[in-house]
Design a protein around this ligand. Structure first.
Ligand SMILES: [Zn+2]
Length: 236
């Protein structure tokens, strides 16, 4: 009898006498229910196991033309980082950015913020209007500009930086030949800023020496790394 119902036996370990009296009563039906539940669970598990790869392949929000989706920073979190107050970053990033500008200034280098937080509406213009003006295909445009909803600038952690003494190099690859870029390469990590799109980046986006992002607190780090499932080795 014990060998017939080992599972039910395990479920009623407390009072031996009670278990004895119930053995002929509902111990057998409850064992059958348990076997039934295990069966249902097994079917559910197998279904999930076979569905999982398909779900990953068809995930629509994961990546669009090489860009990843980002939420807009709440406006209440933003602080100005430019003299005219027009360019804003999320508080933690703004504080470190200002400290970085001051440190560069001491070495005679002028780091100039060119663009910070951008709403999805701002990005609508930058992507669709400019794409039409320049007669670019969506895939061509995506090499140099993220589609709305997919820009790191939505997060308030990304900033485009120029060299104040070299306005000709603003938002151009030639920025890498300026004192500002060389200073950033050497020092930005001390302020928790990193280059988002180095040459040959894994996202396949054009090299942008002027575009830096803040990864100096838990939220910013999660924003840029959590969803990607990259190993440290994958990172530039
Ligand atoms: Zn940028």
């Amino acid at each position: 009898m014990d060998q017939d119902i080992p599972v039910a036996e395990r479920l009623q370990p407390i009072t031996k006498g009670k278990a004895e009296s119930q053995r002929g009563g509902w111990a057998i039906p409850s064992a059958m229910i348990l076997v039934g539940l295990v069966g249902v669970g097994a079917v559910w598990f197998l279904n999930r196991a076979t569905e999982a790869p398909t779900a990953t392949e068809t995930e629509p929000t994961e990546n669009l033309l090489g860009h990843l989706p980002y939420d807009e920073a709440p406006l209440s979190e933003l602080e100005p980082v430019s003299a005219d107050g027009q360019i804003k970053l999320r508080r933690a990033a703004a504080e470190r950015f200002r400290a970085m500008v001051a440190a560069a200034q001491q070495e005679g280098v002028v780091l100039m913020p060119l663009s910070g937080f951008r709403s999805k509406q701002d990005q609508d213009y930058l992507f669709f209007e400019v794409k039409e003006q320049r007669a670019q295909r969506a895939s061509e445009r995506a090499l140099v500009s993220a589609p709305p909803g997919y820009s790191e600038h939505h997060t308030g952690y990304a900033v485009d930086i120029g060299d104040g003494a070299r306005p000709d190099s603003h938002l151009k690859e030639t920025f890498e030949d300026t004192p500002a870029f060389r200073w950033l390469e050497k020092n930005a990590a001390r302020f928790s800023f990193e280059l988002s799109f180095p040459r040959n980046n894994p996202q396949g986006v054009s090299y942008e020496p002027w575009h830096w992002r803040f990864v100096g607190d838990r939220h910013s780090l999660q924003t840029f790394y959590k969803a990607r499932q990259l190993t440290p080795r994958d990172q530039p």
